[in-house]
Design a binder for this molecule. Structure first.
Ligand code: FEO
Length: 452
């Protein structure tokens, strides 16, 4: 190795790095026979409409050369096709490409697929089973002229002296996501998993700038809603022999790759085990109150729910208007109750703010309920219940509405409402957590005549 190459590699034999902090001059070797052939997009500031990117992103694609062929792992966003193909041409001829692996079908990784297949029509496409449907949408009638296979965990493709071993890792974050392990190179392609939007031409985690913020931000906004599935993917990945993780975006993780896997494991852990007993359920009650009536209902529901020794109940007044700190609590809880008066035919804004903040977390299957005092029309409780069902929560009890201030009898009804919610959580009520599939339940209005 000459001195110039040694400087560029930082002393790692056969692993040249980017020539500068900017765009690498060509394909970049990441392991024996494996090259990065992706593209840099430093000017990107918003990804997928909702995700901010402080310094752009990279679309990582890779070429794996084996004795019997070359596999291309993913492509790039369509606008970057030219750069991708130029890098690919530096490390392989088109007629050498035997396999095109798509770790998922989102356009930022498949934009160059049609042009690549036009130049390498013999390439055999490998997608997950869920990916087939999207592949048909991408290639339309052209798919019938292509060789393709849907693969699952345990399936392998040999390149002669190395193997592509597929791992089905759905919903991290698309339904069709898969990872690919190359055991002979101790290398794992992870799709969006363990990636981030961070653009630095030095490419490797031990060379680029500090990307910790981007790594955690990406997890929060892309992976967090799918924590359960991320945990399943980690179960598959953790036993593997891995020296290098090659994600679809951001730095390639060659220094301490297992630390990033461990960080993901910490991020998906659903709760602080030491604080909540394994046999204990948690119920959070949030409310806003205009004249104190909904607040009195909330306290009574809290008191009733707390009679169950197996349910830890917490009560929060959202009058201050700040909701962001509660999202972490909600992610870890088993049940949620929202109290709101009806003002101008709607729930109050703070409640909507909190509910809209739940889009980044998994709420499916949690218990949900609503209550509130009202003066005239009282639509708020039903509206909140519909939102809870929209979040795939289970709403086993009809919402509780009380006109103006609650009487003693009505407060006892609130306590009973709380008792019943706790009972659903601990399974002490028949038909507990009947599920959103049960359809809408009309809010339950206290009938003063019936109460006597
Ligand atoms: Fe980077 Fe899910 O696309």
């Amino acid at each position: 190795m000459d001195q110039t190459m040694r400087e560029r590699t930082g002393g790692r034999p056969g692993v040249p790095a980017a020539a500068s902090h900017g765009e690498p001059t060509g394909a970049v070797a990441v392991a024996q026979g494996v090259h990065w052939i992706g593209a840099l997009d430093p000017d990107l500031r918003t990804f997928d409409v909702i995700l901010r990117t402080a310094n752009g992103t990279t679309y990582n694609a890779y070429a794996v050369r084996g004795r019997d062929g070359v596999a291309v792992i993913d492509t790039v966003k369509e606008d970057f096709t030219e750069a991708f193909l130029a890098r690919l041409e530096q490390v392989a001829r088109y007629d050498e490409i035997t396999a095109l692996v798509l770790t998922h079908l989102e356009p930022d990784h498949t934009g160059a697929v049609p042009e690549l297949l036009r130049r390498a029509p013999q390439a055999h496409i490998y997608v997950s089973h869920r990916g087939l449907m999207v592949l048909r949408g991408l290639l339309k009638d052209d798919l019938e002229h292509r060789a393709y296979t849907a693969v699952d965990t345990g399936d392998t493709v040999s390149l002669g002296d190395c193997t592509l071993a597929f791992l089905c890792t759905p919903y991290v974050h698309w339904p069709d996501t898969q990872c690919v392990h190359v055991p002979e190179r101790r290398l794992l392609f992870t799709c969006d998993l363990l990636g981030c939007h961070f653009c630095d031409g030095r490419l490797f985690n031990d060379r680029v700038g500090d990307f910790r913020f981007s790594f955690e931000y990406y997890f929060e906004h892309i992976m967090r809603p799918f924590k359960r599935h991320v945990a399943g993917a980690l179960d598959l990945i953790e036993p593997l022999e891995i020296d290098l993780i090659a994600p679809g975006h951001g730095p390639i993780l060659r220094a301490h790759p297992r630390q990033y896997i461990a960080q993901y494991r910490r991020l998906v852990d659903p709760r602080l085990r030491a604080e909540v007993g394994r046999d204990e359920k948690t119920l959070l009650i949030f409310y806003v109150s205009a004249y104190g009536a909904t607040a009195r209902m909330a306290q009574a529901i809290h008191d009733g729910a707390s009679e169950n020794p197996h349910v830890r109940v917490s009560l929060y007044d959202l009058q201050g208007g700040e909701v962001a700190p509660f999202v972490n609590l909600i992610e870890a809880t088993d049940g949620l109750v929202f109290g709101t008066p009806t003002i101008n035919g709607d729930a109050v804004r703070t409640i909507w703010d909190l509910l809209s903040g739940l889009v980044d977390i998994e709420t499916r299957g949690k218990l949900g309920a609503a209550f509130g005092s009202y003066g005239w029309t009282g639509e708020a409780v039903r509206m909140v219940e519909e939102r809870l069902r929209g979040l795939r929560m289970q709403v086993p009890e009809a919402g509780l509405r009380i006109k103006l201030h609650p009487t003693d009898a009505e407060l006892e009804a609130c306590r009973d409402f709380g008792r019943r919610l706790s009972g659903h959580l601990t399974g002490h009520l028949s038909g507990h957590l009947s599920g959103s599939a049960a359809g809408p339940v009309a809010p339950k209005e206290i009938d003063m005549a019936a109460l006597g």
